[in-house]
Write a protein that binds this ligand. Structure first.
Ligand code: ADP
Length: 220
């Protein structure tokens, strides 16, 4: 992506989630304005982000003064104070910010955020908890889910398909998953093709329904 398309982003709340989001966006080449009520956090982030301000972002006039109306994208990373998080989203909507990501701490919080205009609501703690639980299953090496049902995972090749070319293992028909890539020990991932032979110790990248992926990973 070129520098011109990396739009400026406002991050409200520089706690653990907001701080990590802001620093990553900055490293990716975005201009990041970080805002927090806490002067110590503002100082901590001063050298890391394009600009950092101490501000109460529930206050429309304060956001206006910061030139927030110029931003198309914002992240509201206030979790603990639900009222502040909702008011910040509302103020951003009133100022015409069109792409608002907000962190929710529970389902009701998420429903309110969506109702007042958040375009994306995320649950970082719950998502990470689910991810850790899945990765504790030692045959799953990495995992990313899309919605509640579909995922892409990296896993050790299960025993029943070892020694077979993919076409003969009939992964899609028998196990409901698609093998996307294969990695042999010490080599890079390659795209899977029908005659890719699966060897012991190979790692696979597969896509499919979460339930099917978990069953496939557990095959011995
Ligand atoms: P995390 O668990 O990611 O650290 P927190 O909810 O604990 O999330 O942190 C949220 C951050 O948001 C805190 O640093 C807090 O000072 C900041 N914050 C809370 N209310 C406001 C507000 N009205 N304006 C700006 N920042 C705020």
């Amino acid at each position: 992506m070129s520098a011109e398309v990396r739009k400026p982003v406002l991050v409200i709340g520089l706690g653990r989630f907001g701080g990590a989001t802001a620093r990553t966006l900055e490293r990716m080449g975005h201009e990041v304005l970080g805002a927090d009520l806490d002067s110590r956090l503002v100082q901590d982030f001063a050298g890391d982000l394009t600009k950092v301000v101490e501000a109460d972002c529930t206050d429309l006039a304060c956001l206006q003064h910061l030139g927030i109306a110029e931003f198309e994208a914002a992240v509201v990373a206030i979790g603990g104070d639900i009222e502040a998080s909702v008011l910040a989203v509302l103020a951003l909507c009133d100022l015409g910010v069109t792409n608002i990501w907000a962190k929710a701490t529970n389902d009701n919080h998420a429903r309110i955020l969506e109702r007042v205009g958040a375009t994306h609501v995320v649950f970082p703690e719950q998502r990470m908890g689910e991810r850790v639980a899945r990765l504790l299953n030692e045959r799953l090496l990495d995992f990313i889910s899309f919605g509640d049902e579909f995922a892409i995972a990296r896993l050790k090749a299960p025993e029943p398909i070892i020694g077979l070319p993919l076409i003969s293992s009939e992964c899609r028909k028998k196990h409901g998953i698609t093998v996307v890539g294969v990695k042999r020990d010490g080599e890079d991932f390659i795209h899977a093709v029908p005659d890719t032979l699966i060897m012991p110790e190979d790692e696979l990248v597969v896509s499919g329904l979460i339930e099917q992926i978990e069953k496939f990973a557990a095959l011995q």
